[in-house]
Design a protein around this ligand. Structure first.
Ligand code: FAD
Length: 394
């Protein structure tokens, strides 16, 4: 073929995915600047103390807690991709627990209030939550029921115009700091999937007991609570959504939680990859940079390919979500694939670092510990496989 030009691979080109506009990229820059300046320097300290509530307040001031939420409640009214940008950039904090605490507030507890709440509930909880003045958490899991949501035991019993709630919830992110919990209860034990109801329970209501701070493998900067509800009396105005439809409401909520979690997994893996690539270019063994050994080079090639595959799954699924589809199968696939991939990448990054990878100061061991949660939280790998398998009528 006669041509005057020689086409060379553009490995250094910055590729902006088609779902993102220049506005998204500007938003990305401003979140990145904030995260780098105000969050990342405290990452090690917050691993010991958990992150302070002031982070939520500050992010509210900056308008980062309502990027894709309606302007009527103080949000920015952006599209779903703005939420993806936040989830991706939060990984720059080097603190998986902090990213998770913020995501629970913005993408797990807030969406069901916006989707199913009354005008009064939105004014009472969403408006201050977007400002960062109130903190949200969500309570599904119990000591005896996690994957099996249908098996929860927390009961809400009607008493006049009130409900009285008894039960317990565990592993609740933000459980110690939250002002309100989106609580999954059973209101009719005999009605199967139609016997569940969500409530908005103020965490200072008499009978709400923040029993203990749970210690965990990773995500150390987040707080994780065991909660008890002992004769907690709430008015019927605390019902979120329809009485008896809580199971369906929470299954809807989990889709957003899974997709945003998948986006965080991809961005976290990319960060771990970048850090390790730098290391492999600096560290020498047998007279050469370790990245120049073919074995190590191929590890990077494998990791990059896996990250890119997961990223495309997340972006494509987000595109469908943004365009009004309810792609449960693809969300489950993205969540499953991205969280597995992130653990595999973090594990290889430790390997490439050698002994340094096992040391805290290089940060890759934290990435491994933090990312390990994503194969469990918001629905385990096994549950994702089951959702995908069942979607084929099996
Ligand atoms: C750090 C952290 C933060 C969390 N934050 C929150 C939160 O904010 N709010 C909240 O409500 N929950 C939260 N969770 C709970 C989390 O969502 C659950 O741990 C998860 O859904 C799994 O439930 P489980 O722990 O009870 O495990 P189980 O359901 O007991 O599962 C144990 C094992 O059995 C497998 N299994 C179960 N059922 C099946 C099946 N049908 N087929 C095949 N295998 C199966 C599971 O995959 C798993 O391997 C958090 C968890 C952690 C660790």
């Amino acid at each position: 073929m006669a041509t005057a030009d020689v086409l060379k691979p553009d490995f250094q080109a910055k590729r902006k995915h088609f779902i993102f506009t220049d506005e998204h990229e500007q938003l990305r820059e401003s979140i990145r600047a904030f995260v780098t300046k105000e969050l990342a320097p405290h990452a090690n300290e917050w691993e010991e103390t958990t992150f302070p509530d002031s982070v939520i307040h500050r992010m509210g001031e900056l308008g980062f807690l309502g990027l894709d939420k309606p302007e009527a409640y103080g949000g920015q009214g952006g599209d779903y991709y703005t939420a993806l940008v936040l989830a991706e950039e939060m990984t720059g904090s080097n603190s998986g627990g902090l990213a998770m605490g913020v995501a629970v507030h913005t993408d797990m507890a807030m969406p069901p209030i916006l989707a199913f709440g009354t005008e009064e509930q939105k004014r009472e909880w969403v408006e201050p939550a977007i400002k960062g003045e109130k903190i949200l958490c969500i309570g599904i899991t119990e000591p005896d029921a996690g994957s099996d949501v249908k098996g929860i035991k927390t009961r809400a019993v009607r008493d006049g115009s009130d409900y009285v709630i008894n039960g317990s919830k565990t592993y609740i992110t933000n459980g110690h700091r939250a002002d309100v919990i989106v609580l999954v209860t059973k209101t009719d034990a005999d009605a199967g999937y139609d016997g569940f109801t969500l409530f908005l329970v103020p965490m200072d209501a008499p009978g709400v007991i923040r029993e203990k701070k749970l210690e965990k493998l990773g995500m150390h900067s987040s707080d994780t609570a065991l909660l008890a509800f002992q004769d907690v009396r709430v008015p019927e105005t605390a019902v979120l959504g329809q009485v008896g439809k809580g199971f369906y409401h929470i299954m809807w909520e989990l889709q957003g939680e899974r997709l945003i979690g998948a986006a965080g997994s991809v961005a976290g893996a990319q960060k771990c990859f970048d850090r390790t690539l730098q290391y492999a270019k600096e560290r020498k063994a047998f007279g050469r940079e370790i990245g120049k050994f073919q074995v190590i080079r191929h590890k990077f090639a494998e990791m990059a390919t896996k990250i890119e595959t997961a990223r495309q799954m997340v972006y494509m699924t987000a595109w469908r979500f943004q365009n009004g589809e309810y792609p449960v199968r693809e969300i489950s696939m993205a969540k499953l694939h991205a969280s597995r991939m992130a653990v595999e990448v973090a594990d290889e990054c430790i390997q490439i670092h050698g002994g340094a990878g096992y040391m805290k100061e290089y940060g890759v061991e934290r990435a491994w510990r933090d990312s390990r949660l994503n194969r469990i939280g918001a629905g385990t790998d096994e549950i994702m496989l089951d959702v995908i398998g069942r979607s084929f009528g099996l």
